[in-house]
Design a protein around this ligand. Structure first.
Ligand code: MRU
Length: 358
């Protein structure tokens, strides 16, 4: 299946070319395909904050390139470049709070710096570390797609109707996706009748990005309002909800795009299986439970306005953009290290001791 999956890789959203980071601007899709270029850590942090690039793995990969750009500039400026670099780590760490892949990538880059040998070029060392982070996310996508497809095949052999939330595809990762990678793989294996894509209010990752990715590849997709999901589970024979994650706590609780929790509750009620697909860089063993995961709140204008047009007045807004799905609502967590069924703290600890499967 690996070769067929590789052949299906079409879209890329992050490119490191000739010392510059290029990002496909996700704020403009699907109407315009415009690439932006970045040559400083602060500019990359701003791109993450404003969601030029988004999706947990893609944020981590971009942050790694951000550190590389920072090191290059600080070393060229001379003096105590390590001390100066702390400002770059900080601005990148403050760009978004929930996806732990950001902090994981920053730690990887810092650890590589700490291992520099005498005379070794910090720029070269960090360039190969950032490229390695990028490439290993791509590999993780391939492994997870194969594991997820096997679960679908094992639990329901025939054509499936799948529901997904947010965007977890090529735009959100270094490869062709986590949850969307499993969905792509299942389609290639002839297991998919239709994909239902939640529009994913308020930023509309589903309408603008997931629908675009799937429709471009001819995968049958219907876009639905988030509030239609329970109704669709009841009436459209949906067998799986498949989503990604931004941070998974040590007990298996999963933070993902706002609306995921209510999907899991509805899925349990309707006997629909619930699969979370995420690389191990999304697992935060330092947090005992999902209660400790910081939940980002974004600007209220995301709700007060539609396309710059005011739609509500005289009201306070609450705009948390992630929620936490308790582990006991989750059937499977699929990672590149393997699959955890009905996650709990002991199973998550066992998983993290394993090596990657590829
Ligand atoms: O706010 P976003 O668009 O960065 O949120 C993205 C999600 O919640 C995704 O589901 C998650 O990052 C997994 S992406 C492979």
């Amino acid at each position: 299946m690996r070769e067929r999956l590789l052949a299906a890789e079409k879209v890329q959203a992050i490119e490191w070319r000739e010392g510059v980071l290029h990002l496909l601007d996700q704020r403009l899709l699907p109407l315009q395909e415009i690439w932006q270029s970045y040559d400083s850590a602060a500019a990359v942090a701003e791109a993450i904050r404003t969601m030029v690039v988004r999706g947990a793995p893609a944020i981590g990969i971009s942050a790694a390139y951000g550190v590389l750009l920072g090191v290059r500039a600080r070393v060229a400026a001379g003096g105590d470049w390590r001390a100066a670099l702390e400002a770059d780590f900080q601005v990148l760490a403050e760009s978004r709070p929930t996806a732990v892949n950001l902090f994981w990538a920053l730690n990887r880059m810092r650890e590589r710096l700490d291992r520099l040998k005498d005379g070794e070029s910090p720029v070269q060392a960090l360039e190969s570390e950032a490229l390695g982070i990028h490439e290993s996310d791509r590999e993780a996508n391939l492994t997870m797609a194969q594991l997820g497809v096997e679960l679908i095949r094992k639990h329901q052999g025939n054509l499936q109707n799948l529901l997904t939330h947010c965007n977890t595809g090529a735009l959100a990762t270094g490869g062709f996706g986590t949850a969307l990678g499993v969905i792509r793989g299942a389609y290639l294996e002839g297991l998919v009748e239709r994909v239902y894509a939640d529009e994913t209010r308020p930023w509309l990752q589903g309408s603008r990005l997931t629908a675009w990715e799937l429709a471009n590849e001819g995968i049958p997709v219907s876009l639905n309002a988030d509030s239609a999901a329970a109704h669709l589970m009841k009436t459209k024979g949906i067998t799986w909800v498949i989503v990604g994650a931004d941070r998974i706590a040590a007990n298996g609780d999963v933070a993902n795009k706002i609306g995921t929790y209510q999907l899991a509750v509805s899925a349990m009620h309707h006997g629909v299986r619930f699969m979370v697909v995420a690389p191990s860089s999304t697992i935060d063993m330092a947090l005992e439970s999902g209660d400790d995961i910081p939940i980002e709140e974004r600007d209220g204008r995301e709700l007060l306005e539609v396309n710059g047009q005011r739609v509500a007045v005289g009201v306070e807004v609450i705009n948390p953009v992630f929620d936490v799905t308790p582990a006991d609502l989750i059937d499977f967590i699929v990672t590149e290290k393997g699959v955890v069924e009905r996650p709990d703290a002991a199973k998550m600890a066992q998983l993290m001791c394993r090596k990657r499967l590829h």
